[in-house]
Design a protein around this ligand. Structure first.
Ligand code: PEP
Ligand code: MN
Length: 340
């Protein structure tokens, strides 16, 4: 990592980039408010041999020892990444509540849920048009028609859309509608999909795999970042353990751990871990208290009729009270809330 001096010129920065690239390494530029940092990715010895210490505009060099470089807290020198999604900020001191159905089922369902969450403090609308289902015989999502309904919901409510990209072949359809691309837990290590999502330049919400370590999650984020896309948020959504009393074990220690290891915003999904709506509230408050930068939660207008994940969906009638409680705890944790 090459830290440039405050006030380093464009020419000096470019000269360093050129020299890094001249030895077959790639240079990732990160321009913060005051400092410019250049990540030289490639053979460490070749970068060292360039003797960049003392080059014009260079302040100092820091070796990053973690296997993930661009995602590491060190790479941003403690500065936190704040992602702005159409005016809703997430990360740093900013907290965003993302809410909506598991899957887009119909026009009425999508618009009704979107209206309720928009009126009650959600910053973004979630909803899957492509669904990763355990069984190939289960509903797989409405596909392009689902994307169209999400687009309509955005037009009506103004809420940015968070929706899942499951397959590289759908990327051109998904980018038409998505404001944030969700990469599902089952695809966390689908490296070609991660790179493709990175290349779209859209913010990416990357969910932790069911059996993935924190380090594997950060390595997955690195695949997106490496494409020059700095807008990655990480999502803890519950992992597999020996415990069977609930759907997944919500690993809330991931929140302070990630805060230490990375500058990227941290989101918690209490819905998929709990699997039951009465546990979603308490886990959301715990996540906000732990310092999460956002929560992604499932909401349905008729949870008992939901095609997918009904038992864990909050009812629209319960959303206002839920969102208010989350807001209060997030504020106690020192966050400002992003709303429409
Ligand atoms: C979802 O968000 O609806 C979903 C399928 O999540 P996950 O990938 O975490 O299982
Ligand atoms: Mn779901």
């Amino acid at each position: 990592m090459i830290v440039m001096k405050e006030g380093a010129t464009e020419e000096q920065i470019q000269a360093v980039v050129d020299r890094v690239e001249s030895v077959g390494c790639s240079a990732h530029l990160s321009q913060g408010e005051v400092l410019t940092v250049i990540g030289a990715i490639g053979d460490r010895d070749r970068v060292a041999a360039l003797g960049l210490e003392g080059a014009p505009g260079v302040d100092h060099l820091v070796p990053i020892l973690k296997p993930y470089k661009l995602a590491s807290a060190q790479f941003r020198k403690g500065e936190r990444t704040v992602i702005d999604v159409d005016g809703r900020r997430i990360g740093g001191d900013h907290f965003a509540l993302i809410a909506g159905p598991c899957t887009v089922e119909s026009r009425d369902q999508t618009l009704e849920v979107a209206r309720v969450v928009a009126e009650n403090g959600a910053a973004m609308l979630r909803g899957g048009a492509y669904k990763p289902r355990t069984s190939p015989y289960s509903f797989q999502g409405l596909g392009v028609e689902g994307l169209r309904l999400l687009d309509e919901a955005r037009t009506e409510t103004g809420l940015p859309i968070v929706t899942e990209l499951m397959d590289v072949r759908d990327v051109s359809d998904v980018v038409e509608v998505a404001d944030v691309i969700q990469i599902g837990a089952r695809n966390m290590q689908n490296y070609s999909l991660l790179a493709e999502a990175g290349r779209t330049g859209l913010p990416v919400l990357l969910k932790r795999g069911l059996s993935s370590t924190i380090e594997e999650l950060l390595m997955a984020a690195e695949y997106v970042l490496k494409e020059g896309n700095e807008k990655v948020m990480l999502c803890e959504r519950g992992i597999r353990t020996f415990e069977t009393a609930y759907r997944f074990t919500l690993d809330l220690l991931a929140v302070p751990t990630l805060r230490e290891l990375t500058h990227l915003p941290i989101v918690v999904d209490p819905s998929h871990a709990a699997g039951r709506r009465d546990w979603v509230g308490p886990m959301s408050l715990a996540a906000a208290a732990a310092g999460a930068d956002g929560i992604i939660v499932e909401v349905h207008n008729e949870p008992d009729q939901a095609i997918c994940d009904g038992p864990q969906a909050l009812a629209t009638e319960a959303f206002a009270e839920y969102a208010e409680q989350v807001r209060r705890v997030a504020e106690v944790a020192g966050k400002q809330l992003a709303t429409v």
